[in-house]
Design a protein around this ligand. Sequence first.
Ligand code: 5RP
Length: 304
Amino acid sequence: MSSSDHTHTHTGTVTVTVYKGAGPITETTSSTSTKNLAAFAKKTAFAKTLCGGVIMEVTNAEQARIAEVAGACAVTATEHLPSDIRSRRGEVFRMCDPQLVQQIRTAVRIPVFAKARIGHFVEAQILESIGVSFVDESELQKPRRGAAAVGEGAAMVRTEGEVGTGNVVDTVRHLRAVMGEIRVLSNMDEDEVFEFAKRISAPYDVVWKTKEIGRLPVLNFAGGGISTPADVALMMQLGCDGVFIGSGVFKSGDPVRCARAMVRAATRYTDPGGLADLSYGLGEAMSGLDLEDEGGVRFADRTE
Ligand SMILES: O=C(CO)[C@H](O)[C@H](O)COP(=O)(O)O
């Protein structure tokens, strides 16, 4: 998804996670039909059970078990961790093998998401058919212009920075932008809301609802470069509903300890003393990449 046109900010990248609940995965919620509204209510109610949690991106059953034992609220199955995808620049990344998803589902009891390419509704249909809890559309597989994600039926969104870098700076920037725009929206009158919705190509009703409740109408997780308990707490203090972590755990020196500390940090995020304890002797964090120095590729800058 490009950075300039999504529903909630002009600088961030938001990817979409769509629960596979009742009805076709591509069903939009902009329709007023009772069936659609009921399906959306079901999707979002399930998503809300994940609020405050850590979702870990995993590439095999062993990582999924590490995530579950650490207390992750869900895992998302993916072909490769984002840091590996970053180093394999130019390749296409697809939905992972359904067999892997099944191995992961057998290994854990927590909800299992699986990644699909954004807009690849057949990958989504396949994942739905094998019973994943959520289809996790990822811009890593294919960037897209993603306005109106919520209007399309997303039960969660992700505010994302530069995944696979071990560097949280862009995620912070993007989440601040999202929260800032919601604050501005809260003070708009009806005409301004209409103009704003038009400008960002988002459905008016979703924008209006956001203004009314002072937050996005669905869960907003943050992901990308989160590599320490302090990073987790930072994102939570900035107002997201939970975090996605992939490389940050599994590219660290001690994934088991790191995973546990990260999960705990998501609930102790206002307690600096507790966070200090969680940060003690964790071993080597994932090595971080400074994109300014490196002149490296920003996934957020890619266009369709
Ligand atoms: O789903 C994602 C990307 O599509 C996650 O947000 C991401 O995997 C987490 O980032 P990192 O690997 O940098 O920890």
